[in-house]
Design a protein around this ligand. Structure first.
Ligand SMILES: Cc1cc2nc3c(=O)[nH]c(=O)nc-3n(C[C@H](O)[C@H](O)[C@H](O)COP(=O)(O)OP(=O)(O)OC[C@H]3O[C@@H](n4cnc5c(N)ncnc54)[C@H](O)[C@@H]3O)c2cc1C
Length: 472
């Protein structure tokens, strides 16, 4: 058995683990990084990157079929599914070097390509190496949750770990799960020529504001996606190319391929957490606000910590624990300023409280301001007028923003900045945005907050009247 001692041991080389490794080693710590599978984890190999690349293929096909509105003849927009997958692989290959073993070794990290498990409170075994560390970071991510639906074991199905390798175009893709992953893949596939049916046990996009989610769901329905809601899959039967999902209320839904997108389970089973005195919850490793586990020397970050499961959250967690591990400074992870986006067309984005949450928290102090894309000149020029922004404001400060529409994932950045820094609506309104940009929607939402105060105020009218009469 080899034995190594290090300052920091990181288990898992995905978005979270890599961010900790790069930061810690460049600030002078000794770092060992374990990865049992692919460098880059879910986001690079099976998540954000391939899904956004496939969405881009779908967008290109859709744009060709809808060019006439811009005075350009419509084209057939026929997609070559296998070639779209080549594009996905090429995108991954372009980003891969940033997450590679070579790059991290170049930075001075010792990378061991093995799965690790705890053998004591401060020791982890990976293959034939035992690593003793001052601090240990669990960054093992999550995997697709495949619930035990009767018959599923006899039917071929895809998950996000296999879908991007599928080369044959699904004639009719059934997707169980109407969350962001399910809906993004539904739209990408319908645009690439598949029939698509989404089977959702409750409401599709149910974690977002229903008023905004409805805009996305209606767009998908207009494009031909069938969305079956309140439809719990009770039984699955059939064979390759002929699959049938039977719901608990008796609906029988037939397709050729099946994608399971019902949720995620955290990767903790290989870790032997008991040996280190680490506890878990229903959703992941149990952590406190500083992301420490029940074992004070061990942290858990990213998807493994079981909270919001996004790449940018894993990266944010990395910053939080670096401050604590390297500088022994108090450091807490917060969620109120964390944005997220679903990359359908139109996009759906959220930061801070939804309208319903803000009503509960702020009662009569809450004002909700809105602005619609169809009043934005750039959106009109681009024919992207579907959608709107809602900003929840309490005592002059935004406490949440919800956007559905073109580039909502870009627009939300400004509100993420505002919430992270406790900015006031007046500071947003003070910004000058270039004309004509989609970004003006943000400024106009701030304007919508001040307009009634300026234009409907008898006091303002009296002052203006007085100044006009009295000031020479
Ligand atoms: C289809 C899909 C689309 C997504 N799209 C987005 C998006 O657009 N934007 C966004 O922000 N997020 C998106 N996500 C979520 C995002 O991918 C995850 O939140 C992110 O990858 C979490 O990073 P992580 O570091 O916690 O875990 P991961 O990236 O999963 O990395 C964990 C790593 O740990 C390794 N590992 C596990 N156990 C061990 C062990 N015992 N020893 C050694 N190594 C181990 C794994 O092999 C893996 O490489 C998407 C996810 C999916 C599935």
């Amino acid at each position: 058995m080899n034995r190594i001692k290090t300052d920091i041991l990181i288990i898992g080389a995905g978005s979270g683990g890599l961010s900790v490794a790069a930061g810690a080693v460049q600030m002078g710590a000794d770092v060992v990084l374990l990865e049992g599978h692919k460098m880059g984890g879910d986001c690079l190999n099976y998540g954000c990157v391939p899904s956004k690349a496939l969405i881009a293929s779908g967008k290109a096909a859709y744009a060709q079929r809808h060019a006439e509105q811009y005075g350009v003849a419509n084209a057939r927009g026929t997609a070559d599914y296998a070639a779209a997958k080549d594009h996905v692989a090429d995108v991954i290959a372009q980003i891969e070097p940033v997450d590679s073993q070579e790059r991290f070794e170049g930075l001075g990290v010792k990378v061991i390509r093995e799965f690790g498990h705890f053998i004591s409170s401060n020791e982890v075994q990976a293959g034939d190496t035992v690593i003793t560390a001052r601090r240990i970071v669990i960054a093992t991510g999550s995997s697709p949750l495949v619930p035990p639906i009767s018959g599923l074991e006899n039917v071929p199905y895809e998950t996000n770990e296999t879908l991007f390798d599928l080369r044959e175009p699904p004639e009719h893709l059934l997707i169980i799960g109407g969350g962001p992953i399910g809906m993004e893949m539904a739209q990408a596939h319908v645009r690439l020529g598949s029939k698509v049916t989404v089977i959702e046990g409750a409401k599709a996009l149910g974690k977002d504001d229903p008023e905004l989610a409805a805009v996305v769901l209606n767009s998908l329905r207009d494009e031909g996606v069938v969305i079956e809601e309140d439809a719990k899959a009770a039984e699955i039967r059939g064979k390759p190319g002929a699959i049938e999902v039977v719901t608990n209320d008796g609906r029988q839904i037939k397709g050729t391929h099946l994608l399971m997108a019902v949720g995620r389970k955290t990767n903790t089973e290989k870790l032997n957490l008991d040996a280190a005195g680490i506890k878990t919850t229903k959703t992941g490793v149990k952590v406190d606000a500083s992301l420490r586990t029940a074992n004070r020397k061990v942290y858990a970050i990213g998807d493994a910590a079981g909270g919001l499961q996004f790449t940018h959250v894993a990266g944010y967690h990395a910053g939080v624990i670096i401050r604590s591990m390297l500088f022994a400074l108090p450091s807490k992870a917060k969620t109120a300023h964390i944005p997220w986006a679903t990359y359908t067309d139109p996009e759906l984005a959220q930061v801070g409280m939804t309208e319903a949450e803000a009503k509960k928290a702020h009662g009569s102090n809450l004002e909700v301001v809105r602005f619609h894309y169809d009043h934005n000149d750039r959106a009109i020029a681009e024919r992207k007028t579907k959608g709107f922004i809602k900003v929840m404001v309490a005592k002059g400060r935004p406490v949440g923003a919800s956007i559905v529409g073109y580039q909502a994932g870009e627009l939300i950045n400004l509100w993420a900045l505002a919430l992270a820094n406790g900015m006031k609506m007046s500071q947003i309104a003070a910004m000058v945005a270039p004309y004509p940009t989609i970004g003006e929607i943000n400024k106009r939402a701030a304007g919508a907050y001040f307009s009634p105060r300026l234009f409907d105020s008898p006091m303002v009218k009296r002052i203006v009247g007085l100044v006009q009469r009295l000031v020479p």
